[in-house]
Design a protein around this ligand. Structure first.
Ligand SMILES: [Zn+2]
Length: 92
């Protein structure tokens, strides 16, 4: 019983290591552009309107190495018009 459990744990650990390494590699690679279907980490805040965007929803854009998430296409367009205004200008 005990042995089997630790074996399972080890297998799971190994599996996650593999996945993680592979995923990091992929992200680091040449695929840029559209976000959304990756593995979102958690709720992000829309820098334009301040709404919270749940994982897997809304629109994403990478600006200067950072990913920003938007509740709607409208907010994304506004960000693209004036990225500087929304990217770092805010309080906080
Ligand atoms: Zn918004």
């Amino acid at each position: 019983m005990h042995g089997l459990l630790s074996l399972l744990l080890f297998a799971a650990f190994f599996y996650f290591m593999m996945r993680f390494g592979c995923g990091a590699h992929m992200v680091h690679g040449s695929h840029g552009g559209h976000g959304g279907h990756g593995a979102p980490v958690g709720t992000a805040t829309d820098p334009v309107c301040g709404m919270e965007v749940p994982p897997g929803q809304g629109y994403a854009k990478v600006h200067e190495g950072r990913e920003y998430r938007f509740c709607s296409r409208e907010c994304l367009d506004r960000f693209e018009l004036e990225p500087k205004r929304y990217a770092k200008g805010g309080a906080r």
